[in-house]
Design a protein around this ligand. Structure first.
Ligand SMILES: [Zn+2]
Length: 119
């Protein structure tokens, strides 16, 4: 379903499918979060339209290079993002083959482990 919302005085049109990737909007739709409507009956969010444009582009396509400095905005809209996880899970080279990478808690990559099990 196509939906138009008003963020900080600017209208944004998207689909509910995209918009509800934000738990914040999902909860608004379920009446769990109260929100104001503008004069035209559009949901009104008193946030920056400039940062919301990035948020919307990011939920439309998670390959969108979301600017780090606006990460707090993803928290506001309750959007799951992976930046924090990827930093935590920095990969290390496999001890055996050295080529493939694996999580720090594992010493060998999947391929080497499988090879060792077979041998
Ligand atoms: Zn390996």
């Amino acid at each position: 379903m196509i939906i138009t919302i008003n963020v900080g005085g600017k209208l944004f049109t998207t689909t509910t499918e995209t918009l509800f990737l934000s738990k914040y909007f999902k909860e608004i739709s379920e009446d769990k979060i109260k929100c104001e409507k503008d004069g035209n009956g559009y949901i009104f969010i008193d946030r920056s339209p400039k940062t919301f444009q990035h948020v919307l582009d990011f939920i439309r396509d998670d390959k969108y290079p979301f600017p780090d400095e606006y990460e707090y905005e993803l928290d506001f809209y309750k959007i799951q993002y992976k930046f924090a996880e990827t930093i935590e899970k920095e990969l290390v080279p496999c001890k055996k083959c050295k080529f493939r990478q694996t999580e720090p808690k594992y010493v060998y990559c999947d391929f080497c482990v499988r090879g060792m099990l077979q041998a």
